[in-house]
Every structure is written in C-alpha cells, then in structure tokens.
Design a protein around this ligand. Sequence first.
Ligand SMILES: NC(=O)c1ccc[n+]([C@@H]2O[C@H](COP(=O)([O-])OP(=O)(O)OC[C@H]3O[C@@H](n4cnc5c(N)ncnc54)[C@H](OP(=O)(O)O)[C@@H]3O)[C@@H](O)[C@H]2O)c1
Length: 310
Amino acid sequence: MKVLVVTRSGKELLKGGIELNDSATVSDLQEAIHKRTKKYYPSRQRLTLPVQPGSKERPAVLNSKKSLKEYSDGNSNTLTVVFKDLGPQVSYRTLFFFEYLGPLVIYPIFHYLPVYRFFGYKEERVIHPVQTYACYYWCFHYFKRIMETFFVHRFSHATSPLSNVFRNCLYYWTFGAFIAYYVNHPLYTPVSELQWKIGFGFGLLCQLSNFYCHILLKNLRRPDGNGGYQIPHGFLFNIVTCANYTTEIYQWVGFNIATQTVAGYVFAVVAAGIMTNWALAKHRRLKKLFDGKDGKPKYPRRWVILPPFL
Ligand SMILES: NC(=O)c1ccc[n+]([C@@H]2O[C@H](COP(=O)([O-])OP(=O)(O)OC[C@H]3O[C@@H](n4cnc5c(N)ncnc54)[C@H](OP(=O)(O)O)[C@@H]3O)[C@@H](O)[C@H]2O)c1
C-alpha cells in the first residue's frame, strides 16, 4: 500500500510517499515517517484523514493500533493522510513530576531558611506550631501526588507538549511560593489551636479519601493504561463523577481553615475553577460514552463535582 503524507497546507511531507505492506498499522506508518524525517518521533505526530475543503467536519484522528486498510476506502491501494507536528513531547509522568517538585522544595525553604532577611525582617522569627504543621501537611500533599504519579495513575495519553511543563510549573511554583511566603511570614498571626486542629484533621481525611479515589480510578484500567474510560463507582464516586477533584478541593479548604491566608484561599478558588471545568468535560464525556444505546450501560445520575451545587 502506498501512503501519501501531506501537511495541512497540502504540501507533501515525504516526496513520493511511503510504501508499506498491506497489513501495516498506523503505528508502522508513524515509525516509517520517523525513520525518513528523523525529527518527528511517533508521539509528535498527529495523523488525520483529509476533509473536503470548506467542510466544517472535524478531521478523524488515526488510531495507532488500527490497520491502515481500515482507513482506505474499499480496495484502494493508496491512502492520503494529513500530518501535523505536535511539537516536542514529554511523558505525563515527567510533566506531573516537575510541576509538583517545585512546591515540594520551595515551601520548606520559606519555613526552614532565613529568607525573610532578604525581605527586610532582620529579627529572629518566632515559629508557631501551626506553621510547622502546615509545612508537614503541604509536603505530605505534594509527596503523595508525586508517588501517585509514578505508582498509582494509569494514564491513557502517552505524552503532553513540552510547553505545558513551563506553563504548569509557572502555575504551581508561583502559587507555592506565594502561599509559603504568607503562611511562614514573621508577622503571621495564628488561629486558635482548636481551629487549626480541626482544619488539618479534616484536610488529612480528605487527602486520604483523595488517595482512595485514585486507587478506584486506577482499578478501572489495565496496567498498560488500556481499557478506555469506564464508569467510576464505589465510595464517593457513587454520588459524584469527579470525587477525586471534590476531595482535592476540600483538602485545600482544610488547609485554609487551619492557616487562614488570602493567598491560600486565592489558590483554592483558582484550583476549584480549573477542576470544575475539567469535571464538566469528564461528566459530559461519560454521559456521551454511556448513553444506554446499543447495549451500553446508561451513565447514572450523579453530581459533577460539588454536591449539592453542581
Ligand atoms: N490543585 C490543583 O490545581 C489540581 C488540579 C488538577 C488535579 N489535581 C490533583 O491531581 C490529581 C490527578 O489529576 P488529573 O487531572 O490527572 O485527574 P483525572 O483526570 O481525574 O485522572 C486521574 C487518573 O485516572 C484516570 N481516569 C480518570 N477518569 C477515568 C475513567 N472514567 N475511567 C478510567 N480512567 C480514568 C485518568 O486517565 P487519563 O490519563 O485518561 O486522563 C488518570 O490517569 C487529581 O485527582 C487531583 O487530586 C490538583
């Protein structure tokens, strides 16, 4: 079979196309493109079928596991595919590792090192117990997230654009420094002991629940990440689609009850906004996938992220 690989502007990426045997898969084609171009490794490539000029249809992305024959209409021996360079890629584990490493390292610097001298506070700092517990709580949270990234999550998307590493690191590292600066500040006024104990106790319970939610999500997939999207069930997933985000938001509420800083609340609101958007999309996807037609189960009635509001 001959495959013509064209760019989105219609130019041939590889002069004369590529000859592959009839049983070749999309993955074989991607390997062949990589071999010829050297630059475009498979996860950098997005291959689609051409669409009619002026059509509003979204181009169908080729599935790397499928055979090329499935995409060539009838017995045609030539297939044209459209190539898009997705740019340099990194694995999801690399992306998550770097975004979580920043807050894990930056926060204790503010707690343990004399950084406030550089901000004009020359006197010895009095460290309140709540500030030390906040540091433990924070580090436990990000350490847990890194461990989950490597030992729990079963990602379906192989890679993410390298540019996301810079964007996400900017978000997590800046917020980490912003909150650490205020919670560890020499002029920080602690809340009552009862209040911070309730805050951390509640937050810790939510962190453990969040971990359990991630175990339930992990069990929906095979170890190689295959298995697609399933209906999550058990524990809080019986009432809310994104129980992992719900518990994530509440654990930040716990942290803020204990530490009471504007910076902490701003982060919680921004994070809740981001997760709400993602949760709405995940809820829609599951409702579409499990529509109750053709023998598929119907997605049960559930809250999206924050019962009883949404
Ligand atoms: N503070 C913040 O700003 C913030 C923001 C986002 C996340 N987080 C935390 O980081 C954690 C991970 O975030 P995330 O966005 O990666 O969470 P996520 O998309 O809900 O997924 C966690 C893992 O479960 C898989 N999964 C989700 N739904 C599934 C389903 N229905 N069937 C099968 N597998 C499913 C995902 O697969 P895919 O690889 O296919 O997605 C992913 O590998 C969150 O739970 C939260 O605790 C914090």
